[in-house]
Design a binder for this molecule. Structure first.
Ligand SMILES: [Zn+2]
Length: 118
């Protein structure tokens, strides 16, 4: 299964195509919304690449008022519940905790593209 491992480049390319990839652990069922070398819950290295829903619910959201150097601020970040998985994303608009949001594209932050939900 190691050849099937999701890379950060594949994950980023998928976001730009409007797809959200994640990983599912066949041993315990844990899902993550970003490339990881092993299951965060049980440590299994047999994680599979899966397609995640592109619609979710805001779990937490916060506004970054003072942006790190090189970023434009203020901007909002949120943790989005996508069923079993959660993804850290940029949030466009004023959606709050518990609001339904959907994948709207990608934000290109220098070397760290992030999914954008609105
Ligand atoms: Zn696991």
């Amino acid at each position: 299964m190691s050849d099937d491992r999701l890379t950060h480049a594949e994950w980023t390319a998928a976001i730009e195509d409007g797809d959200l990839l994640g990983q599912r652990c066949p041993d315990c069922g844990h899902e993550t919304a970003a490339p990881k070398a092993a299951c965060a819950r049980c440590g299994s290295r047999e994680v599979e690449t899966v397609s995640l829903p592109t619609e979710g619910v805001v779990h937490t959201a916060t506004t970054i008022a003072v942006a790190p150097e090189g970023f434009e601020g203020p901007y909002r970040v949120a943790v989005i519940d996508l069923g079993e998985a959660r993804v850290l994303a940029r949030l466009d608009g004023d959606a709050g905790i518990g609001d339904a949001v959907e994948l709207a594209g990608a934000v290109d932050d220098r070397d760290e593209p992030a999914p954008l939900f609105s």
